[in-house]
Each structure stands twice: as structure tokens, then as C-alpha cells.
Design a protein around this ligand. Structure first.
Ligand SMILES: Cc1cc2nc3c(=O)[nH]c(=O)nc-3n(C[C@H](O)[C@H](O)[C@H](O)COP(=O)(O)OP(=O)(O)OC[C@H]3O[C@@H](n4cnc5c(N)ncnc54)[C@H](O)[C@@H]3O)c2cc1C
Length: 431
């Protein structure tokens, strides 16, 4: 028997690929999807925060198409950066045209200086050092540093560079072209993406339900006895397993395992992460932006990104209206009252010219995403492999974005579910 903790994309994918192996799929919440859940507020659909689908591998593309078929809308990314009162296309570093001349000069000068000096960083280099070495002082000062400090909520000297493959690093010619307003290339991992026609991103996890056995809801796993191979849930039920697939956040899993060595339990307490408030608003005015989302590096805006769900699918809202999903990052221990978040977000949107001062809100809510961004600091790099190894030794496969404690996409969560299921099937075939 396999017990799977969590019916997010990683858990659902694992269940769907287990074949004939019996399993129980335990989920704490009333619905499936985890971070890929969507809900309605006064006729507007919001995701937990905007989630768009981009698949690098053909296998995962086939899986998604098989699940959603014609219900997928293709999109060419329309994203932008708002700074110095100017909207420029994303990524900032190759779209300097239109910014104040001194900003463009700082950015070009810094970029060239960084190129001329050595680009090589020591392996222990910090994210801040990586930004300066790769983009120079100007781009660092005007975008990279303030934006990332707002998102990560920790000094960038504390972050490592393990996840930076996601950040586009262009050649000089593209930076110059961008400063001159010549835009003949696309940059980044998500230039093309798709999104469900109806129902928001939760359509994807819901589609898995045709392929998996029953999901057992309101079963939060509170305790894992790794010697007896047994889990105990919030409703008192217990389940025995031969293999456990867990998608709950790694530090929570470790604390809920009752018999792990002290060094593992203590190590897990050192893992850090950032939380996000999703501030979801709607007004009775159409077409407030043509973008899918906009990044806001400056401090005067409380949010680091604002998305426009109705540009992903018009079915996300009502005709003649617009919705917006702003993301405000916060330390997990901090708490800001929802009314204050809505007031500040609204003021920021007015300042950016997206809302008008007299726009009345027709929908508003705040959701807290307690685990949003895993902090890649030096300690994480040492601790996570050690914890995962100890868990594997005890028949526990910790997978998914928070199970592996990493910064990965929906595609990777589904891929890890599939690979874990395949490994479990191979193990059964060998016995
Ligand atoms: C702000 C933000 C934006 C993102 N945007 C994108 C995007 O545009 N595109 C993209 O591809 N990816 C995006 N991602 C990443 C994407 O959300 C994740 O990679 C993916 O959803 C992870 O799925 P998962 O199954 O690993 O984890 P989760 O979605 O967290 O699922 C875990 C499940 O386990 C359940 N659970 C937890 N603890 C217990 C317990 N003790 N007992 C029982 N059940 C439990 C939870 O309720 C949940 O259902 C984004 C992430 C964030 C934070």
C-alpha cells in the first residue's frame, strides 16, 4: 500500500501513474489542487495567485493536453515592468527604451563594466554578487535588487544562485537593441504559455480526478511513525503504508515524523521561506490593462507583481469589468490586516494609473499563501539533501515544490509525481 499525502499536482500525478498499485490519497482541504486552486468572488474567478502553464518536456505537454484538450487557450506572454512611471516590456534588462535617459545610461554603463571585468563568481557567491557580476550596478540598482528584495524579503547577500537559470541573461547586443527600442527576440522560459478556458487553473487538478481513485478529504496527516510505517490523521484515522509519498512542506513533514534523529529535526528548523498575500480586486471598468501581468520593483508599491486574470481568459470575470490579482510578499511570522492590504494595494494601483481614484471595488479579498517561495540560502543547500536521504531510507518520498523544498513549476510537480510512481512500480515488479 502506498499512502500519498496531498492532492496538489504532485500527489495527483503520482496517484494517476501508480497503475495497479493500491494507494490512499489523503488531502487536508475540501478541494484538490493545492496551490493550483481557484475560487469565485462575486462573479470573478481568482487562482491562489495567477498560474500559467508552460511545459518544457513533450511528455508533460501531452499529459496536460490529454487532461484539458480543447479547453486550453494559447497565449504569447504580455508582461511588463512598471518603474520610473514608465511601463516597459519584461525582461527589464533588454527593454530599457522609454526609461529616463539617466536610467538607461546607468544600466548600459554598468552592463558594459560588468562584461569588461571578470564575470566569474566563486561557487559560494551570493545572489547579490551574481546580479552585479552578470548585469552590472545600473540594472542591479534600478530593477534586479529592489525587485528581488521585495519578493524574497531577505537581504540578497543571504541567497545563493542555485535557482538563477530562470533569470534571462542576454548578450550585450540584445541589451543595446533593447535600449534603442529594437525588440526582435523573445526572452525567458515562459514566452508562450497556455491557460484553461474556464474555471481557472484548478481545471487542471480537477481533470486528474478522471484518472485517480477517490481523494479522501479533510484528512490532515498530523503524525508519521516511520518505524511502524503508519500515519495518523486529524480525524483520528490511521493508515499503514509500505511507501509514503509526501507533498507537504518538508519542514512540516520532518516535525510530524515522531521518530527521526534529533539532528534531522533540528536541521529542518533552519529552513526558511517567504509567504505571499494574494490581494484580489475587481472594478466595474473594462480593459484596465492589456498585459497578463506587471512587475513592480519600486518600494512605493506594496506588491511585487499584479496579474490580470481576465486577460488569461475572459471567462474569469464579468463583461464590462476588470479583475486584478496583486501579490504582496511577507515574512511567515508577519501579519497584516486584510483591510490594510486592500487599501494599500488599491492606492498603489491608482498611483500606477491602473485604477482611477473613483473606481469602486465590486469584489475584494485577501488570501494568505503561507508557503510561497523557498529561500535558497547556504544552509538549504546543505540540509535538504541530508533530510531527503534520511526520509528515503525510511520509505518516504518527499516530492513536489515544497516536498523537495525548491523553486519549481507545475510541470516539475507533475513530473516528480510521475517519476516517483514509476520508481514504486519498478520496485514492486522486482519483489
Ligand atoms: C506565487 C506563485 C506563483 C506561481 N506561478 C506559477 C506559474 O505561473 N506556473 C507554474 O508552472 N508554476 C507556478 N507556481 C508553482 C506551482 O504552484 C507549484 O509548482 C505546484 O503547484 C506545486 O504543486 P505540489 O503538488 O508540489 O504542492 P501543493 O500545491 O502545495 O500541494 C500540496 C497538497 O498537500 C496538501 N497537504 C499539505 N499538508 C498536508 C497534510 N499534513 N495532510 C494532508 N494534506 C496536506 C495541501 O492541502 C495541498 O493540496 C507558482 C507558485 C507560487 C507560490
Amino acid at each position: 500500500m502506498v499512502v500519498i499525502i496531498g492532492a496538489g499536482l504532485a500527489g495527483l500525478s503520482a496517484a494517476s501513474f501508480l497503475g495497479k498499485i493500491p494507494y490512499r490519497l489523503l488531502e487536508r482541504e475540501a478541494t484538490v489542487g493545492g496551490l493550483c486552486r481557484s475560487h469565485e468572488v462575486n462573479g470573478f474567478t481568482f487562482d491562489e495567485t495567477g498560474h500559467v502553464l508552460h511545459c518544457k518536456t513533450a511528455a508533460m505537454r501531452r499529459l496536460v493536453e490529454g487532461l484539458l484538450g480543447d479547453d486550453l487557450l494559447p497565449h504569447a506572454r504580455q508582461s511588463a515592468v512598471f518603474s520610473k512611471n514608465t511601463l516597459t516590456p519584461y525582461p527589464f534588462q533588454v527593454h530599457l527604451h522609454g526609461l529616463p535617459q539617466e536610467t538607461v545610461r546607468d544600466c548600459l554603463e554598468g552592463y558594459v563594466s560588468a562584461l569588461v571585468s571578470s564575470r566569474k563568481l566563486p561557487p559560494s557567491g551570493s545572489f547579490k554578487g551574481w546580479i552585479l557580476a552578470n548585469f552590472g550596478a545600473g540594472i542591479a540598482h534600478h530593477f534586479m535588487v529592489p525587485f528581488n528584495e521585495k519578493l524574497w524579503n531577505v537581504p540578497l547577500e543571504e541567497l545563493t544562485t542555485e535557482w538563477t537559470s530562470l533569470v534571462p541573461r542576454p548578450p550585450l547586443r540584445d541589451v543595446i537593441n533593447g535600449a534603442l527600442g529594437i525588440n526582435d527576440k523573445e526572452f525567458g522560459y515562459n514566452t508562450q504559455f497556455s491557460y484553461p478556458r474556464v474555471g481557472g487553473i484548478q481545471s487542471l487538478p480537477l481533470a486528474f480526478l478522471q484518472r485517480v481513485g477517490p481523494v479522501e478529504h479533510h484528512k490532515e496527516v498530523l503524525e508519521v511513525d516511520t518505524k511502524q510505517r503508519r500515519v495518523r490523521c486529524s480525524d483520528g484515522s490511521t493508515f499503514e503504508y509500505e511507501s509514503l509519498v509526501s507533498t507537504m512542506p518538508l519542514p512540516v513533514l520532518v516535525q510530524r515524523c515522531i521518530d527521526l534523529p534529533k539532528r534531522i529535526r533540528e536541521a529542518s528548523l533552519k529552513l526558511r521561506w517567504t509567504s505571499v498575500y494574494a490581494v484580489n480586486l475587481a472594478i466595474n471598468r473594462a480593459n484596465i490593462s492589456s498585459k497578463h501581468w506587471i512587475y513592480f520593483p519600486e518600494d512605493v508599491f506594496p506588491f511585487y507583481r499584479a496579474g490580470f486574470p481576465m486577460n488569461l481568459s475572459p471567462k474569469m470575470g464579468k463583461r464590462g469589468a476588470s479583475s486584478i490579482a496583486a501579490e504582496v510578499s511577507h515574512r511567515p511570522e508577519a501579519s497584516v490586516p486584510p483591510a490594510q492590504l486592500i487599501k494599500r494595494t488599491r492606492a498603489g494601483l491608482v498611483r500606477a494609473g491602473i485604477f482611477q481614484p473613483d473606481d469602486a471595488l465590486v469584489a475584494s479579498e485577501v488570501r494568505d499563501i503561507p508557503y510561497a517561495y523557498v529561500i535558497f540560502d547556504r544552509i538549504r543547500a546543505r540540509i535538504v539533501p541530508m533530510i531527503l536521504e534520511e526520509l528515503e531510507r525510511r520509505g518516504i518520498h518527499s516530492i513536489g515544490r515544497y516536498g523537495r523544498w525548491e523553486h519549481t513549476s507545475m510541470e516539475t510537480a507533475m513530473q516528480q509525481g510521475k517519476e516517483t510512481a514509476k520508481a514504486l512500480r519498478r520496485a514492486v515488479a522486482l519483489t
